[in-house]
Design a protein around this ligand. Structure first.
Ligand code: R7I
Ligand code: MG
Ligand code: MG
Length: 349
């Protein structure tokens, strides 16, 4: 489809859910042989096997709250979004939430709370979390707002409800921007895609809060920009091993060690790769490759899935995968609603 087509919206939201659901199998695994990944994925093609439904985790649970809030409020409403996070957590606390964020979600359910951003600020001795929990649920912001200024602003504020460290919320901004550009068809020119992300993040990271957090955590002055340069270097190389990707970019639960990694997975899988089956399309390659990195597989596959889904569109997603994953059909319906909201706002009314 063309820029911002319905197919791209559906692809983005559905593939994010698939990444989370299929990625759950390997979350936290240090080494994941490609063979195990392909075996796991091949069970999804076999509808007769009746291997049941793969459940989604916190990544999708929170993204669903973001979607519902953006749709019902027809825009960003921090009170409403915070309430939904808290309610979802208390209804299903066993979705695999990060160990720190649980404290925030409990505090957010207090009716006395006056500042919904305060619980997040209290995390980790007042520095805030740098986990990837803001980024893992950032894709819907790109599907609700056509203007990149809104995408950046609301992805940041939405993340700050649980992640007040700049290394947390800037990861959410980067993820939302990647989905935004992909929706426009920007992955047709991969070199320009990465350059535009770097240019955007130069501005996003050009402030005192980022400099402070980076200094305290002993990171480069603009941590995400530095990582995006590494992504560009890896892209330019003809052969890259999985070990190199992990050591250069990471595969962990910090946003800094997972958002650039997810972006690399998408870029690397734009073309066929030796380690992946020839009959795989780009979307399948991206998910398989994300899982083979090990570490925070559900989240990296979820984020890579959103970016790749926005590029390839819904037609690239095997029907049988959708049937195997909890919440995938819901995501498909919500994508249509977001598509309407997006095009209403771009007409200014
Ligand atoms: O970021 P968050 O929501 O976790 C998301 C991850 C995804 O992989 C999900 O799939 C799920 O598995 O969890 O939750 P947080 O608790 O805010 O952050 C995750 C973890 O990062 C924390 O439990 C800490 O181990 C670590 N972390 C920090 N450690 C030290 N100092 C995050 N921020 C800090 C910090 O400032
Ligand atoms: Mg998870
Ligand atoms: Mg995870």
């Amino acid at each position: 489809g063309g820029p911002a087509s319905l197919s791209r919206f559906r692809g983005a939201l559905v593939a994010a859910v698939l990444g989370d659901c299929v990625g759950g199998e390997f979350e936290g695994a240090e080494e994941v042989p490609m063979e195990s990944v392909l075996q796991h994925l091949s069970s999804l093609y076999d509808e007769t096997k009746g291997n049941g439904i793969l459940e989604y985790s916190d990544d999708t649970a929170m993204a669903r709250c973001v979607v519902q809030s953006l749709l019902t409020r027809a825009g960003f409403d921090e009170q409403d979004m915070a309430r939904r996070f808290a309610k979802e957590y208390s209804a299903s606390p066993g979705r695999g939430y990060g160990s720190g964020v649980i404290q925030v979600l409990k505090k957010l359910s207090s009716p006395q709370l006056s500042d919904v951003y305060q619980p997040a600020r209290d995390q980790f001795n007042g520095r805030g979390s740098f986990g990837n929990g803001g980024a893992m649920r950032a894709a819907p912001f790109a599907l609700a707002f056509p203007d990149p200024v809104d995408v950046k602003r609301f992805a940041r504020l939405g993340a700050m409800l649980t992640h007040s460290c700049s290394l947390g919320y800037n990861g959410a901004v980067l993820q939302a921007l990647a989905v935004h550009l992909s929706l426009q068809g920007a992955l047709d020119l991969p070199q320009q895609f990465i350059s535009r992300l770097i240019t955007e993040m130069e501005e996003v990271e050009g402030n005192e809060a980022t400099r402070n957090d980076a200094r305290i955590l002993k990171e480069a002055e603009k941590p995400f920009c530095e990582r995006l340069h590494r992504v560009r270097d890896l892209m330019d190389r003809s052969k890259v091993s999985i070990e190199e990707v992990i050591s250069e970019l990471g595969n962990g639960i910090a946003a800094l060690h997972s958002v650039p990694t997810a972006i690399f997975c998408v870029l690397h899988c734009l073309q066929p790769r030796e380690c992946l089956p020839e009959n795989y399309g780009g979307l399948e390659r991206t998910i398989a490759y994300s899982l083979a990195l090990g570490g925070d597989t559900d989240t990296i596959a979820c984020m890579a899935g959103a970016i790749a889904g926005a590029h390839y569109g819904i037609e690239a997603i095997p029907q049988s995968w959708i049937k195997c994953c909890e919440g995938a059909e819901d995501a498909d319906m919500n994508a249509e609603r977001l598509h309407m909201l997006y095009h209403q706002s771009s007409q200014g009314g």
